[in-house]
Design a protein around this ligand. Structure first.
Ligand SMILES: CC(=O)N[C@H]1[C@@H](OP(=O)(O)OP(=O)(O)OC[C@H]2O[C@@H](n3ccc(=O)[nH]c3=O)[C@H](O)[C@@H]2O)O[C@H](CO)[C@@H](O)[C@@H]1O[C@H](C)C(=O)N[C@@H](C)C(=O)N[C@@H](CCC(=O)O)C(=O)O
Ligand SMILES: Nc1ncnc2c1ncn2[C@@H]1O[C@H](COP(=O)(O)OP(=O)(O)OP(=O)(O)O)[C@@H](O)[C@H]1O
Length: 466
């Protein structure tokens, strides 16, 4: 164990979640000269149990020309950003109260936090067996702020979007569509690794990097009894992107969240539980509304890929040139430790992306991207079964709709490129109806689905899609 992980005397050597009665977002400190923002949180114990304090640091990129950046525009984003990144620390004990002890929080921000907790931590609650978490009370300790006066970004800023880059296929498609519409795109990542930098370089447009540092105490407490599980990380990255765009005087934050992200992983006592909740349309609408209430900016946040399924995005990616060597969609490659640098070729996300690309790529190209022919690995049959919904529920991963996997597998079954592979042959044995295909279902997956209206310049970028 490194010295860094040795417990400090003020840190609990054992962490007992039931000892804690409330979690509090205590405040934030901002250093405009360095771009560093410290968000402070406190877990409050019952009776004589000592509180546990956490600090998460977010470092925004300063303007390259030496100017100080528009911190006045950033400030209203920070109470909402802090409340949402606080969920990582809240989950350590998941107490029944989440208190907000900061100024500048609007009712819309509280509403977003309520949903981010109930749905964004839904997977965590389900897997930890904590139905009570879903009734956690959000308690603002200070008077709520008025909504900011609404205003548009203006044509000039709309033409200078900030596009977050995740290292996979989706954000590539967004960046290429924005470029095709003649927009001046700036790419952006939080804690970029070598993959994200490589993808950004392949795009050939500017790239801005922000950092977030999880309090090492949280990681240490994970092995001392703290609860752990999935968090709505896209909402966190989205709000860091909004703060970054405001600081640099850029326009809309244009995400790459697909329509398919809305499909729940399962239903728990009537409540949909979705691993990808913070990528869903519901989350986008609520977050855009909270951002507008905090900052006044209309149209400051949306997803360009909202009308499209994963299959349609995969087809679009297949039309790009120059990214095959760069992208990695496997989530294991994005651990904070950075231990896994490429496609693992075995997890549910790799399986889904391999399947989604297979109708649109030659065997040589797809194996070149992923590094292995996953359809020849019989150990993966069970995984493909669950993607198609032939199991209890689809995996806890960022995978497309069961209908998309079914259509892609049905196309593979009928394709000379893939039909002779071990997995595809076995899938046909398990589900003989795959040999027929469902034209209506296939057609529907390539249709443009309803999505919130976006400014005309972005409608043009969406049209660049086909
Ligand atoms: C890379 C990954 O999938 N991580 C998930 C994994 O965490 P793991 O322990 O294997 O490694 P780290 O990611 O390095 O995290 C170390 C610990 O840090 C804590 N933590 C991390 C980030 C954060 O925002 N809050 C945190 O509290 C946590 O205690 C970690 O154990 O398993 C975790 C538990 O289930 C997941 O929470 C980790 O997921 C990351 C937050 C993550 O970045 N995941 C994305 C790749 C992801 O799932 N993206 C989804 C979007 C889902 C959404 O609704 O936003 C997607 O691509 O669709
Ligand atoms: N580290 C990050 N910093 C900023 N934005 C991110 C980061 N990771 C993911 N995102 C953004 O979050 C959204 C969801 O990420 P997701 O992983 O689905 O996309 P992707 O990496 O582009 O594609 P793929 O689905 O192939 O992995 C995208 O808009 C993506 O750009």
């Amino acid at each position: 164990m490194s010295n860094q992980l040795l417990p400090d005397e003020s840190e609990p050597s054992v962490f007992v979640p039931s000892d804690f009665v409330a979690f509090r977002f205590v405040g934030f400190e901002l250093d405009e000269a360095t771009g560093i923002i410290d968000f402070e949180f406190r877990m409050l114990g019952a009776g004589s149990v000592a509180p546990v304090d956490f600090v998460e640091t977010v470092t925004l990129a300063l303007p390259q020309d030496g100017a100080s950046g528009d911190w006045v525009a950033v400030r209203p984003v920070l109470p909402l950003l802090g409340a949402v990144i606080g969920l990582s620390y809240y989950k350590a004990a998941a107490p029944p109260r989440y208190e907000l002890d900061v100024d500048g929080v609007t009712a819309s921000a509280v509403a977003f936090l309520e949903d981010a907790l109930r749905h964004g931590l839904g997977e965590f609650a389900y897997r930890a067996g904590l139905p009570g978490l879903l009734d956690t009370e959000i308690v603002p300790l200070r008077p709520l702020a008025q909504r900011a006066e609404p205003h548009d970004l203006g044509e000039e800023r709309l033409r200078r979007p900030l596009a977050p880059v995740g290292g996979g296929k989706d954000s590539v498609v967004t960046v290429e569509s924005l470029k095709a519409a003649g927009l001046e795109v700036t790419q952006f990542s939080v804690n970029p690794n070598a993959i994200m930098r490589r993808v950004a370089e392949a795009a050939g447009v500017p790239f801005v990097e922000a950092r977030r540092t999880i309090d090492p105490l949280l990681i240490a407490l994970n092995s001392r009894g703290a609860r752990n599980g999935h968090v709505p990380v896209t909402a966190m990255n989205s709000l860091i992107a909004v703060a970054q765009a405001r600081l640099l005087g850029l326009g809309t934050v244009v995400m790459s969240n697909e329509n398919s992200a809305a499909e729940p992983t399962l239903v728990w006592d009537g409540l949909p539980v979705n691993h990808q909740w913070s990528k869903s349309l519901e989350a986008e609408v609520l977050l855009a509304s909270a951002i507008e209430a905090q900052t006044g900016i209309r149209g400051g946040y949306f997803s360009l890929l909202r009308p499209f399924t994963e299959l349609r995005i995969a087809r679009k990616f297949a039309q790009t040139i120059g990214y095959d060597h760069a992208i990695v969609s496997c989530n294991r490659a994005f651990r904070i430790s950075g231990a896994d640098p490429g496609w693992c070729g075995e997890c549910a996300k790799c399986q889904f992306v391999f399947l989604a690309f297979s109708p649109f790529m030659s065997r040589e190209r797809l194996v070149g991207i992923v590094g292995t022919n996953m359809f020849e690995n019989e150990a993966l049959v069970e995984g493909f079964r669950s993607l198609l919904g032939l199991d209890a529920h689809k995996p806890w991963e960022c995978v497309g709709e069961e209908a998309e996997s079914t259509v892609a597998m049905s196309l593979a079954v009928r394709s000379p490129e893939w039909r002779d592979t071990a997995v595809v042959r076995r899938m046909l044995e398990l589900a003989p109806e795959l040999a027929v295909g469902d034209e209506r279902m296939t057609g529907e997956l390539f249709e443009t689905r309803p999505a919130p209206q976006v400014p005309a310049v972005y409608e043009e970028a969406r049209r660049a899609f086909d």
